[in-house]
Write a protein that binds this ligand. Structure first.
Ligand SMILES: Cc1ncc(C[n+]2csc(CCOP(=O)(O)OP(=O)(O)O)c2C)c(N)n1
Ligand SMILES: [Mg+2]
Length: 799
């Protein structure tokens, strides 16, 4: 193990004297609770795996070793350090520890603990939406929970500086309890850099430095990299390495040598000795240090159990060290705690390199139960097996600061939004330009809801047409910084005034950061009590780059509007690296997200109006708009309530079919221009052919499945929008579907009313070209639609 570092210089400079000593009784209570948390979390997993009947032969799982590693840190935090306004992302595999703590607070039920990892029970990984016990941030995909706390701190500053929350409400600390292997995820470092740019504060990342990941023991040299990386980003670093008892021994004769020995002990050997226990330590220390003055005497003072306990007295398991480190922080500087721990501490497989998924056997649990003095049948008793009378602990729990204010989750009122947004005028206009114009128009309005809009983009603000909005509403930063470019002699259309009143948060190019910021902005209501209307823009193909973070944002119920533009093959000269193909399927398949692919700007306006409401609705979700830079001829029509309703429900007949027709062209998005052209020609051969415009394949599909379920449940009259649309087409008619995306997005339409389908779309990677060439090559042009129509009619005749 490397050299002991206590606090980095940056931290030392800011701090004064050490904190006052802990009251001795408080420590006793905390140690008792630490013991209880270890027991409950270990037992919860054991119960799920050994005592519930398995019906499917699958191991239920759970991570006893990962939990034990973090018990002291979490007990200290929740029962002493945290305040109600603090928000925490708990290491995914410490979910049982979190649930155990909430159970002790009376915020989790015994039934849910007994049903850990079963349907309806406590979740395997803390979940904001599925758990009942006040989870602040969901976790599970390692690294994302760590990084979201940083963006949450930025959002906290945003709502506080704009006075969207009461002045008197204290700022919370955004805290991540991270596994050390989470630092292998690149998104953590993307966030760190972005945080540095934005001067983040009130963020704590507490690293459970057990030097083990899933597969292996981590290299010792990593420690120095962590320390210096954080310091270089302006963070304070506090290292908790040795516990009190070890530090006392280090001050005695032979102590220096012992400390050097541990400092230089490879993690793999240290872990192996932890696993072997007292006799192993003794033999090894005798061999390596036996001739050093003071060591023999020191070893003789301890029996094997005591020696083991001494040598595993790392600070991350030493309550006093933990509390002192946390309480000493008196600034709002971002702070990283590197807490040395042992994976599986206090359990039989402590330190074993394969302990990540290890479960204690029935026999091991029996020994553990007795050592915890838990009576059989009393496993969930809150105070059983402790030395302190229940009443006393209850009184202690009543004054724990964290639970002083309840509920911690805010219920932010909805923001009133307009019933209709303006439709940008112009004969030839792209949906992306339309979006920019609508926002530019909003930027000029004094309406209250406009003040709740916050836009963000990963370095594509201008190229996604947010420029005019930003010119008027400014960039956000905690400190007023003026217009960064105004000093240049170079004339520019961009006026980027940077101040706390700004409403655009500019990010570097990291789509993970965009989605994590959108997640945090989209949770501003429940987290901070201020509802925001977040809008993020990016290039459509790069959704894939941050897809896990997008999924993470949706998974925890964050609400935002995602505007992905430009998209598809229609990007033409930009080539295959920028032309999205599968995003239409992502839009359909991603839970919590409703995707739209509008063809015209009046559709866009109707969808945006609906979206501003939908992202606030209790039953709503986030919204994804897939836009294009291609100017297309706009239809001359009035936006009626019926048309607007059909647009947001997913589609409408641009040209309704005749009742006897044999064909309908179905188009989605920007290629509707080709569909209109082809349809006019097709009608010469197929009289009465219809033209159906799909604005949201996902909405149509979802509502169709829901209607089928409703009918199966007895609601015989329930009809979905797509069923009503296709009702006007005879069963014998064929559908030719076309979109600038994967053909599977629309091919399912054939199953709705059993129409034959020929589906056009993009199946391979794109390439550079112009639109006529690319549409011809990939089969999206009017001729391809006409050919497909001929094929479809032929197929129908053959049948
Ligand atoms: C994105 C992602 N990749 C892989 C996994 C599988 N996985 C679960 S835990 C883990 C390693 C955890 O190690 P660490 O963060 O150090 O936690 P510890 O259990 O040691 O406390 C991995 C790779 C995951 N949960 N998320
Ligand atoms: Mg680890």
């Amino acid at each position: 193990m490397p050299e002991l570092l206590t606090t980095s210089r940056a931290a030392d400079d800011r701090r004064g004297a050490t904190a006052a000593p802990l009251e001795s009784r408080r420590l006793e209570y905390l140690l008792a609770l630490e013991r209880k948390v270890l027991w409950l979390s270990t037992w919860m997993i054991h119960n799920a795996n050994h005592l519930r009947t398995s019906r499917d032969g699958l191991k239920v799982g759970g991570h006893q070793a990962s939990c034990a590693s973090v018990v002291t840190l979490m007990t200290g935090l929740y029962f002493d350090v945290l305040r109600p306004q603090d928000r925490v992302a708990v290491k995914p595999h410490a979910s049982p520890v979190f649930h155990a703590i909430q159970y002790i607070f009376g915020r989790q039920t015994r039934e849910n603990l007994e049903q850990f990892r079963a349907l309806g029970g406590a979740q395997a990984y803390p979940s904001r939406t599925k758990d009942c016990d006040d989870v602040d941030f969901s976790t599970g995909s390692v690294g994302l929970g760590v990084a979201i706390t940083l963006f949450a701190s930025l959002v906290q500053d945003f709502v506080r500086l704009k006075k969207l929350v009461p002045d008197a409400a204290p700022a919370g600390r955004m805290i991540a309890l991270a596994g050390d292997a989470e630092l292998d995820e690149g998104n953590v470092f993307e966030a760190l850099l972005e945080g540095w740019k934005h001067d983040v504060r009130n963020v704590w990342w507490i690293i459970d430095y057990n030097r083990q990941s899933l597969d292996s023991v981590v290299e010792d040299r990593l420690f120095h990299r962590i320390d210096t990386t954080f310091q270089s980003m302006g963070w304070d670093v506090v290292t908790l390495k040795y516990g009190r008892r070890l530090q006392e021994v280090f001050a005695r004769p032979g102590g220096d040598a012992l400390r050097n020995w541990i400092d230089n002990c490879p993690n793999s050997l240290y872990s192996a000795l932890v696993y072997r226990g007292g006799a192993g330590w003794r033999a090894r220390l005798k061999r390596d240090l036996g001739s050093t003055r003071g060591i023999a005497a020191l070893l003789d003072e301890y029996d094997d159990a005591e020696l083991h306990s001494l040598l595993t007295n790392l600070a991350g398991h030493d309550m006093e060290s933990v509390l002192e480190a946390f309480h000493r922080v008196d600034s709002d500087a971002p702070t990283c705690f590197i807490a040395y721990t042992i994976k599986g501490f206090g359990l039989p497989f402590a330190g074993h390199k394969d302990n990540h998924s290890g479960l204690m056997s029935i026999e091991q649990m029996e020994v553990f139960r007795r050592s915890m003095r838990i009576e059989p049948g009393h496993e969930y008793d809150l105070f059983g097996g402790l030395d302190i009378p229940a009443e006393e602990i209850r009184r202690f729990l009543e004054q724990v600061p964290f639970t002083a204010a309840a509920p911690r989750r805010h219920d932010a009122p909805r923001v009133a939004v307009p019933l209709a947004l303006p439709v940008p005028q112009g004969l030839m206009i792209s949906t992306q330009e339309g979006f920019g114009r609508i926002l530019s128009d909003l930027a000029r309005q004094p309406a209250d809801f406009v003040g709740r809009i916050v836009t963000t983009s990963p370095d594509v603000t201008i190229s996604t047409n947010l420029g005019p909005w930003v010119n008027r509403r400014g960039l956000f930063d905690c400190r007023p910084r003026g217009d960064l470019c105004s000093g240049d002699a170079v004339a520019s259309a961009q006026k980027w005034e940077i101040s706390p009143t700004g409403q655009h948060i500019e990010l570097g190019i990291a789509e993970n950061n965009l989605f994590l910021l959108l997640a945090a902005l989209g949770l501003a209501g429940p987290l901070f009590g201020a509802r925001l209307l977040p809008i993020g823009t990016l290039y459509d193909p790069f959704i894939g780059r941050g897809l896990d973070a997008l999924n993470y944002a949706c998974y925890q119920g964050a609400r935002f509007l995602l505007v992905a533009t430009p998209s598809g093959l229609t990007l033409a000269p930009e080539g295959g690296a920028h032309q999205s193909v599968i995003t239409t399927l992502i839009g359909m398949g991603q839970p919590g997200l409703t995707a739209f692919d509008p063809a015209f700007v009046d559709e866009l306006s109707a969808i945006l109006t609906w979206a501003l409401w939908h992202i606030q609705d209790d039953e709503g979700g986030s919204v994804y708009l897939r836009l294009s830079t291609r100017p297309v001829k706009q239809p001359e029509r009035a936006m009626t309530p019926e048309l607007s309703d059909a647009i947001v429900r997913g589609g409408y007949w641009l040209v309704p079919p005749d009742p006897e027709t044999g064909l309908a062209v179905v188009s989605c998005g920007v290629v509707t221009t080709e569909a209109v052209l082809a349809h006019a020609l097709i009608r010469e051969d197929v009289p009465g052919a219809g033209l159906l415009v799909i604005t949201s394949a996902g909405r149509l599909h979802g509502e169709w499945l829901a209607a089928r379920r409703a009918r199966a449940a007895g609601d015989a009259g329930c009809r979905s929008h797509v069923e009503l649309l296709l009702e006007s087409l005879p069963r014998s008619a064929a559908l030719v579907t076309v979109l600038d995306g994967h053909p599977a997005t629309l091919s399912w339409l054939g199953s709705v009313a059993l129409h034959h389908v020929v589906a056009l779309g993009v199946e391979g990677f794109g390439q550079s070209g112009d639109i006529p060439d690319l549409y011809r090559t990939y089969g999206l042009d009017a001729q391809a639609i006409i050919d497909a129509a001929a094929r479809a009619c032929l197929d129908q005749r053959v049948q």
